[in-house]
Write a protein of this length. Structure first.
Length: 372
């Protein structure tokens, strides 16, 4: 009877002990070979925090491997060594040390705090990536902001590349979009936040299978990541998470460009090909730019190609004039009311609302678009 009672009690949880990543049997990359974040044209080594696998931050988060990198941060899988109802892994996003990042980082942190104040009963609350913690790390030449998130698997963009036709199957698309629209409703209605940077890279699948993280750790312990060991830092090669047995629901991520919807905006935002007409014409914009952004992205992930490219055939690069020409070809002439509100409308259109001669070059490109 006592034994049965003991078995019925929840298991005792203990703090994780830090892992020992002392295995030196790793591939050494030549100091002359650029890898990962070093390949960015404007890479400056001193801006990046020299993190190393096995390092523990704030007596709590131990790095167990590198997940990825970007122009402004590196991303790491870590163990949370504090006592919890269950042991958990987290993702650490370690930002570069740069004076120009100051306001950007504060704005992003304030966005997450604003989201946390939204109703947890809203069905879209779980459809946006949450912030678990944040802290600063002292580096050799200053401080680095670190954001702590729940771990996710891979983005919709990466998922698309697994499909030879580069499209989402209709049932998957329907599931993704339902979650995505709940996330936008939460941001717009509950939090008064405009995302401004919606793309397939910023929608990621969750993970319901902790064995993915255990496999990651074991692989790093037994077969350490290739790395370049320098005098002042080690640059690691990223390691991908394995395919989970059970995926979680899609989550909208990356709020570094998000802004408040309670004020008027005129800034340039959005990926070029998803840019809304208001942004191109410098018309005060609001939540609707996210909706335009979503519509363009849906076409991409379902049709396997861009709705608009904005590529000028003459310059072979993105141009606002080419983007507007494509919009006119598909949707017709913009309304006079819309053009009257645009600070840059005069650069592209006459007072009568007609495209200015020579702006949609080469010759015949606009007519080709208008009658396509």
């Amino acid at each position: 009877m006592i034994a049965a009672l003991v078995r019925s009690l929840p298991p005792l949880r203990r703090k994780w002990k830090p892992l020992n990543f002392s295995n030196t049997n790793f591939t050494r990359i030549s100091p002359n070979q650029k890898i990962e974040e070093e390949t960015f044209p404007d890479y400056v080594a001193s801006r990046y925090y020299p993190a190393h696998i096995g390092e523990t931050f704030v007596d709590r988060y131990q790095i167990v491997g590198k997940l990825g990198f970007g122009a402004s941060s590196t991303v790491w899988l870590a163990r949370d060594l504090r006592l919890h109802s269950h042991r958990r892994h987290v993702v650490l996003k370690l930002y570069v040390n740069s004076d120009s990042m100051g306001k950007y980082l504060d704005d992003e942190l304030n966005t997450y705090r604003r989201m946390e104040k939204g109703s947890k009963q809203h069905p879209g609350y779980s459809a946006v990536r949450s912030l678990l913690d944040s802290f600063n790390v002292d580096g050799p030449v200053g401080q680095h902001r670190c954001l702590v998130h729940p771990p996710l698997w891979e983005s919709i963009s990466a998922f698309l590349r697994r499909n030879p036709v580069l499209k989402l199957p209709p049932p998957v698309l329907a599931f993704v979009l339902r979650r995505f629209f709940l996330a936008l409703d939460f941001l717009h209605r509950e939090c008064q936040i405009i995302h401004t940077d919606i793309k397939a890279d910023n929608i990621m699948f969750g993970i319901q299978d902790d064995s993915v993280f255990e496999a990651f750790e074991e692989e790093e312990l037994q077969n350490p990541s290739p790395r370049k060991v320098l005098t002042d830092r080690t640059v690691y090669a990223s390691r991908a998470l394995t395919m989970p047995r059970e995926w979680g629901s899609p989550v909208l991520c990356d709020f570094g460009s998000a802004v408040s919807g309670e004020t008027e905006h005129l800034e340039d935002i959005q990926p070029d090909i998803y840019r809304a007409p208001e942004v191109i014409l410098q018309i005060p914009w609001t939540y609707s730019v996210d909706i335009w952004n979503v519509g363009c992205m849906i076409w991409d992930v379902f049709e396997g190609g861009h709705l608009f490219t904005g590529r000028d055939p003459e310059a072979q690069t993105y141009r606002s004039r080419a983007h507007l020409a494509e919009m006119i070809a598909l949707l017709g002439q913009p309304s006079p009311d819309l053009l009257a509100r645009g600070g840059l409308s005069h650069e592209f259109f006459s007072p009568e609302g007609l495209p200015r001669a020579g702006l949609f070059m080469p010759e015949g490109f606009l007519l080709m678009c208008l009658y396509a």
